[in-house]
Ligand binder design. Structure first.
Ligand code: FSX
Ligand code: SF4
Ligand code: F3S
Length: 599
């Protein structure tokens, strides 16, 4: 890929950029100064309609609308940059999505604001004339948008354009582009053509080309997200900050579930039971009829589609996870909740997930079990013994010991607390009772003063309590922990249903100190509501168990990251037998952190 020619800065300003992170306003101002010095305006956008459009789209990409004047002027200097839109293996839905953009409409978008140079669907020219347009582009600065996956190997010629393979055409255009955007899930991750058994040997662009490519997934993506990415690049001369799957954070940082208008019904356990259920119109949650919103990162509820008319969940169908890698294979049956029972009749393709897990596993080593911090023999790091419920921060200067307090672990009391917490949690418990009457009655019949049947670590007691909420069995806590870990291990999917455990740190009071510097309290109130909601919504015991261990691991990892632990991290205890738990801890920590475990 070429270096953008229009991002040059004054040498003095470059020094300033290196010494501190400039604000967006500073970046835009510097860029405008540079454009003024090096280019001439080639387009005029200072009319009311264009200004209103620009201003409206700025907030989506995180630029304050008060900066509209600078932005309008920058765009006026960018009139010589062309857009090239390449179609590979796809259904043209991405283009259709963009065509339905409103205010001011597609025509203004492609003639006035961005100059569309080549696009199979809307191009007036055809055949050799069209190709002529494509092949004379190199002398002009251009931004490349690719829709569709690329077929490779013996199947390379399954997609051809004017006699050349899609791969050859894409390689050439990627090479000369200022920026490359993979529009849609097909070009980002392969999409529908790469679903099992992938007959065209299709690939996402990044799997094939070693270039800086921004993913704008979605089948199709919203017009707003396509426009937002272009606007960001035109205005700032760089691509937006991305997540680990190459997606811009401004659009894909939150899950569909986080932004969904039916979310309160999820939290009260009110689910639509079928597509003709009258509760659909009341806004009940669609998880039970297959919504994959909790596992899908996209801003659809906010930006919507078709001139902002609607989005899937508003229209009455669950999210099918269309912006996630391999969603056709990875999410089970479309209209069923994710569970081991809904595995479609072939092995799901989790290649990306497996590669990510393998990378995490490389950071985990096994170590011998130590009795306590003294025996673990490290001089810097952290020693966590989950079985004895303590965390020790080891430092050559100050060693600190924290006691872990996981809160209420008895299932009957957990339910009781939830019933009296709020109207919403009361309703949740009513729905839990209605869905699992035998389970509910068994828990209610338990002796509420019953203490754990053995002097065990808090963590095991907690997992014992959760296991009882799912199965109604009150096993010995250690056995319940092992059973729950086994259930989690059996979950056929890599998707964690987000629960939301959090750790709170406080100094220990004199009366409870016992040599501890502080207490780490697990805040599980939100997690418990989510746990019951997912269970009522049809996630199986394996899925809930997988989420419990993964989410606990995530909360742990975040705590260690907040502490900025240097040195070795040693994790011990029964829970470490869970790969999902340990991986989640590691995932939350900086890449250089390695972990030793024993169980
Ligand atoms: Fe279709 Fe685009 Fe899906 Fe793919 O969208 S809507 S198959 S993401 O490449 O045309
Ligand atoms: Fe919305 Fe789906 Fe989440 Fe329910 S499960 S709140 S319908 S995103
Ligand atoms: Fe796709 Fe789900 Fe949005 S199906 S369009 S990511 S709501």
């Amino acid at each position: 890929m070429q270096n953008p020619t229009n991002t040059s800065q004054h040498p003095a300003s470059q020094t300033a950029i290196q010494s501190s992170t400039p604000s967006l306003e500073e970046k835009l101002t510097l860029r405008l100064e540079s454009l003024r010095a090096h280019k001439s305006k080639t387009t005029a956008l200072n009319d009311e309609r264009s200004r209103a459009w620009i201003s409206k789209n700025l907030s989506l990409i995180g630029i304050p609308t008060k900066l509209v004047d600078i932005c309008v002027e920058i765009l006026e200097y960018m009139g010589d940059t062309r857009l090239v839109w390449l179609h590979l293996q796809e259904c043209t839905g991405c283009s259709e999505s963009l065509l339905r953009t409103e205010e001011p409409g597609f025509d203004v978008l492609i003639f006035d604001i961005f100059k569309l140079h080549y696009h199979d669907l809307v191009l007036a020219a055809s055949g050799h004339n069209a190709h002529e347009i494509l092949h004379t582009i190199e002398s002009t600065p251009y931004v490349l948008l690719v829709e569709g996956s690329v077929s490779m190997g013996e199947q390379e010629e399954y997609i051809t354009l004017g006699g050349k393979s899609g791969y050859t055409e894409a390689a050439h255009l990627i090479d000369h582009a200022q920026a490359v955007f993979a529009v849609g899930t097909c070009s980002s991750y392969g999409g529908i053509q790469t679903a099992h058994p992938n007959p065209t040997n299709g690939h996402g662009l990044k799997e094939v080309f070693d270039a800086n490519i921004v993913h704008i997934p979605g089948c199709p993506p919203s017009d707003k997200n396509i426009i937002g990415n272009l606007l960001y690049f035109y205005l700032l001369g760089e691509t937006p900050p991305l997540d680990e799957l190459g997606r811009p954070l401004f659009a894909y940082a939150k899950s569909v579930h986080d932004l969904c208008e039916r979310r309160n019904f999820f939290l009260s356990g009110d689910f639509v039971q079928s597509f003709d259920d009258p509760a659909m119109a009341q806004g009940y949650c669609l998880y039970k009829v297959g919504c994959k919103g909790p596992y899908t990162f996209n801003n659809c509820p906010k930006v919507k589609f078709n001139a902002k008319t609607s989005w899937p969940v508003q229209a009455g169908h669950g999210c099918i996870g269309c912006s996630e890698p391999n969603f056709w294979d990875n999410f089970g049956l479309i209209e069923k909740p994710i569970s081991n029972d809904s595995i479609a009749g072939f092995t799901p393709r989790f290649s990306q997930q497996s590669a990510m897990d393998a990378a995490l596993d490389l950071r985990i080593t096994q170590c011998a079990k130590a009795k306590d911090m003294a025996e673990c023999g490290i001089d810097q790091g952290v020693f966590v013994n989950l079985d004895s419920s303590e965390i020790c921060l080891v430092d050559t200067q100050t060693n600190k010991r924290y006691r872990i307090n996981v809160g209420e672990t008895r299932p009957a009391q957990i339910l009781e607390a939830l019933e009296s917490k709020s109207k919403q949690t009361k309703r949740l418990c009513e729905n839990y009772q209605a869905n699992f009457p035998t389970l509910y009655n068994a828990l209610k019949a338990m002796d509420t003063n019953q203490t754990p049947s053995e002097p065990c670590a808090d963590f095991c007691a907690l997992l014992g309590g959760y296991y009882a909420l799912l199965k109604g069995e009150t096993l010995q806590s250690t056995h319940a922990t092992d059973s729950l870990i086994k259930e989690a291990q059996s979950f056929a999917y890599p998707h964690v249903s987000p629960l939301g455990f959090k750790w709170k740190e406080r100094a220990s009071e004199e009366s409870e100190s016992g040599g501890y510097n502080g207490v780490l309290e697990l805040d599980s109130s939100k997690a418990l509501s989510n746990l019951l909601a997912y269970y009522i919504g049809g996630l199986d015991v394996a899925g809930v168990s997988f989420s419990i261990v993964s989410d606990l691991g995530m909360a742990f990892g975040e705590l260690l990251r907040k502490w900025n632990v240097q040195g070795q991290i040693i994790l011990q205890g029964r829970l470490c037998a869970s790969r999902a738990f340990v991986r989640s801890v590691v995932r939350a920590l900086p890449r250089e952190c390695a972990i030793s475990i024993a169980y």
